[in-house]
Design a protein around this ligand. Structure first.
Ligand SMILES: [Zn+2]
Length: 92
């Protein structure tokens, strides 16, 4: 069974403070995240192995943006998002 059957996917944005590697200016950027929330019940066709995997599965989110454009009007260069965690478990 595809692991995607364990989750309901949605998207959200969260602010992160990033500094541009070119102009060194720090700004808050709204980054896009993919939320994967664990569903309450496994589909009926799940087998033993699916059930074991499902028991260990937890809701989490993955960063979707790997690049952003600098907000400094004198710079505006695109740079890679780094220095922040790109996956996180969801506790709610
Ligand atoms: Zn910049």
């Amino acid at each position: 069974m595809d692991e995607r059957a364990f989750y309901k996917e949605s998207q959200t944005t969260k602010p992160a403070t990033l500094s541009c590697p070119y102009c060194r200016e720090s700004n808050t950027y709204e980054l896009k995240w993919l939320l994967r929330r664990k569903v309450n019940q496994l589909p009926r066709n799940a087998d033993e192995r699916d059930r074991a995997k499902f028991a260990k599965a937890a809701s989490y989110m993955v960063l979707m943006d790997d690049k952003t454009a600098c907000k400094n009007p004198r710079c505006r260069r695109p740079f890679e998002v780094s220095g922040i965690r790109t996956t996180a478990f969801l506790t709610d």
